[in-house]
Write a protein that binds this ligand. Structure first.
Ligand code: SAM
Length: 419
């Protein structure tokens, strides 16, 4: 059955059904076992033109079905974020002979295979030589999505190509941000503690100074448009209303998107966004006009003591996962002198679930985040238990009071306070 040029979900599912039925019949006639993920499965299909035709039809329709079922934005988000890890991980496994190191009757956790994307743009008519948008290329006109793709492919994608060299030269890099694949690719030869963020602050390569940091800020502000990452989970994950006319310090708050969401829902709360001074102009541009007196910006380096004393909450969204333990502890200890007895430290970050608990797409996201943290920072994602251990290591008096997770999601709100 010829596939239409613009298939729908149902057409693809029907094509997969029909071609899988043909394929299994052909295999059975040739007395060849069906493919399987188990380690005694045949490595190849039989060389038979009919089998070849059927299985390519299944694979092509499955690729399109995957694309359409994610939808344009999530497809682009996933391609730019996760696809690069497939080839990087394959290279790491190959270079370090992991295939030989795992015994055939042992176990392995590596299962995801990269998929190449297409249907970004289409030809107007066959042989017309004119290109038109598809829904996917049209979705990529969003500046925030472009920033996300740019950061993931241009910053992190290039770094992935240096992962093998980084592991050979630095090993785990002693948790230093300047002993990473990102360092080899973007700023080789700098001090061990000179990391991606130092580079963003200094960078003037390929554009006006600060363009790369601004792009990173835009990319971060795109994150909450993803399923399970929406602001509502941060807003519902904590009793923000209990802070009344309180003050929230959004540490490493980038261009202020999280604070704006909190201040919009809780009109009596005031937020102070702290980040590099270079982000202030973009913060000002994106701040809604009616928020000027409630969401303000303060240049602050979180490796110095927290200057805002006695805030109700010190919010760290996607901050700690960028740092190895020794740095995380330093960041936390810089908050403690500023805290009053009832202040909270609110961590919004990945809370790694046990393997197999969340659906594959979510699990792939956690693995991708974990790998991206290693590539860029020599850091990693943490489980609930690891968060509890970390805060205790920073200060014996600190405890995790509550963890709220979105349904089927992996990004939690971890509330920490004095015992
Ligand atoms: C992964 S982003 C998270 C941004 C924002 N909290 C969010 O979740 O969208 C990490 C942020 O930490 C900021 N950052 C990195 N090092 C910092 C430092 N030493 N002091 C203050 N901010 C820093 C970066 O500029 C960036 O905005």
């Amino acid at each position: 059955m010829a596939m239409s040029a613009n298939p729908l979900l149902k057409d693809l599912a029907e094509s997969i059904n029909a071609n899988v039925a043909a394929l299994t019949t052909q295999l059975s006639k040739l007395d060849h076992a069906e493919p399987t993920f188990s380690n005694d499965g045949a490595p190849d299909y039989p060389q038979d033109p009919e089998v070849q035709r059927s299985r390519m039809a299944v694979a092509s329709a499955a690729l399109d079905l995957y694309h359409l079922s994610l939808g344009p934005s999530l497809f682009l988000r996933t391609q730019s974020f996760a696809a690069k890890f497939d080839t990087m991980v394959l290279e790491v496994l190959n270079e370090f002979k992991v295939f030989d190191a795992v015994p055939l009757d042992g176990s392995t956790s590596y299962s995801d295979i990269a998929t190449m994307s297409n249907r970004i743009f289409a030809e107007k008519e066959p042989n017309s030589g004119r290109v038109i948008h598809t829904a996917t290329s049209a979705a990529a006109r969003s500046p925030r999505l472009q920033a996300w793709i740019g950061h993931n492919l241009n910053d992190m994608g290039k770094a992935c190509a240096h992962m093998v060299d980084s592991l050979r030269i630095f090993g785990d890099g002693d948790g230093e941000p300047g002993r990473t694949a990102v360092a080899l690719s973007m700023f080789p030869g700098r001090d061990p503690n000179y990391g991606f963020y130092s580079f963003l602050e200094d960078d003037d390569q390929g554009g006006e100074k600060g363009w790369r940091m601004k792009r990173f800020g835009e990319a971060m502000s795109f994150v909450p448009s993803g399923e399970g990452l929406e602001f509502k989970y941060i807003l519902d994950g904590l009793d923000w209303g209990a802070f009344g006319e309180g003050v929230i310090v959004d540490v490493g708050g980038s261009i202020g998107h999280v604070s704006v969401a909190v201040a919009s829902k809780f009109p009596s709360i005031k937020c102070i966004v702290q980040d590099f001074a270079a982000l202030e102009p973009r913060f000002k541009e994106s701040l809604p006009a009616n928020m000027g007196d409630r969401v303000t910006f303060q240049a602050h380096d979180f490796f110095n003591e927290q200057p805002v004393k006695g805030a109700n909450a010190y919010l760290f969204k996607h901050i700690f996962h960028n740092w190895s333990d020794k740095y995380r502890i330093r960041i936390l200890r810089n908050i403690i002198p500023a805290m009053k007895k009832e202040s909270s430290i609110v961590i919004v970050d990945t809370v790694v679930p046990p393997r197999g608990v969340v659906i594959t797409v979510e699990e792939r996201l956690v693995l991708g985040m974990d790998i991206q943290m290693a590539v860029a920072f020599n850091a990693k994602e943490r489980s609930g238990q690891e968060w509890a251990t970390l805060v205790k290591q920073a200060d014996e008096r600190l405890v995790v009071k509550n963890i709220t997770m979105p349904p089927d999601g992996v990004f939690g709100v971890v509330e920490v306070g004095f015992q």
